[in-house]
Structures are given as C-alpha cells and as structure tokens.
Ligand binder design. Structure first.
Ligand code: HEC
Length: 154
C-alpha cells in the first residue's frame, strides 16, 4: 500500500525528465540544421574560392597568401585581415587599384561605386580584370563568408 504513491512520484518525475529530454533533442536538432545550413553556405564559398574564381591561385588554398609560384605574388594573408564583412565584399567586388588584386564585380567602377570612385578614370592604376571570371553579388558575399568562417584568425 505504501509503495504506490512512491511509484507515482517516480513516474511523474520520469515524465518530466522525458519532457526535458525531448526539448533538449528538439534544440539539438535545430542547432544541427542551422549548422548544416551554414556548412552548405561555406562549401559554396569554398568552391568559388578554390575553383570558379580561383582566388587560391594567388592567396593559397589556406588563404595564407602563399599561392601558386606562377601567381604575381604578394597576395594578402587572409588569416590576418582586419576587414569586416562589408569591407571584404567591397575589396572582392572592386579589387585594389594599383595592385594585382582583381575586381570580381564585372561592373565595378561603372555601375558599381567603388571606394567612392566611378568611371574608369584611374588609368593604369585601374583594378584588373580577374584571370578567372567575374562573380555575382551573391557569390561575392559567399566568398566573403567563407573567408570569415575558415581563414580569419585561424
Ligand atoms: C592575381 C592574384 C589575385 C587573385 C586571383 C585574387 N587576389 Fe586577392 N589580393 C591579391 C593581392 C596582390 C592583394 C593585396 C593587395 C594590396 O597590396 O593591397 C589581395 C588582397 C585581397 C584582400 C584584402 C585583404 C586585406 O586585408 O587587405 C582580400 C579580402 C582578397 N584579396 C580576397 C580575394 C578573393 C576572395 C579572391 C577571389 C574571389 C581574390 N582575392 C583573388 C591578389 C589576388
């Protein structure tokens, strides 16, 4: 007779921990799917960095600035960059006039304002065209996110 209430208490405590457990699983599943979504984003950026835009030719596969010996060299070490996301997007879109860093926005300095400059009135200092291909805005942002996720501070 005295065992029944004990069993009931035990049962309701169990039910409560079951509830907490499933809440935990729910949270973990949510985190996992957010993680997967992010992982997908950086794999897109990675493909652009390594293949389509061929950033690695100059910056190296690890972004440390040690690219192919045939590259023009002196590419920035992206693990040490102090640029924020907006600034990364601008450099990738606009390149660096007067350096080997090409502009990946096809319309840079034409339709797109770059460092407050419009019109290719930079003469020989104009940012170069890429040896690979230009990128869309979405692709430029994906590469910037890839750099932030995989290189900066690593
Ligand atoms: C032809 C070689 C070359 C290619 C290709 C190239 N870069 Fe660069 N990049 C450079 C050089 C050189 C610099 C340094 C410019 C300078 O001296 O300011 C640079 C600078 C940068 C910077 C500025 C870093 C900082 O902290 O100032 C970023 C970001 C960058 N590159 C990203 C990219 C990305 C992303 C790609 C591909 C979409 C790419 N680069 C392709 C040569 C290249």
């Amino acid at each position: 007779m005295s065992e029944k209430p004990v069993a009931m208490i035990g049962h309701s405590a169990l039910a409560q921990s079951d509830l907490r457990y499933s809440a935990l699983i729910g949270a973990a599943t949510l985190l996992l799917s957010v993680d997967l979504a992010l992982a997908q984003d950086t794999s897109f950026g990675q493909r652009l960095f390594q293949d389509k835009a061929d950033c690695q030719f100059c910056h190296g596969i690890n972004g440390d600035g040690r690219g192919d010996p045939r590259s023009p060299g002196r590419a920035a070490n992206l693990t040490e960059t102090h640029l924020d996301r907006d600034q990364l997007v601008e450099v990738i879109a606009c390149g660096r006039p007067g350096t080997e860093m090409p502009h990946f926005d096809k319309y840079a300095y034409e339709d797109t304002d770059c460092y407050g400059l419009k019109g290719k009135n930079l003469g020989n200092d104009a940012a170069r065209d890429p040896h690979s291909t230009s990128l869309t805005r979405r692709e430029i942002e994906a590469v910037a996110d890839y750099i932030l996720a995989k290189f900066v501070g690593k």
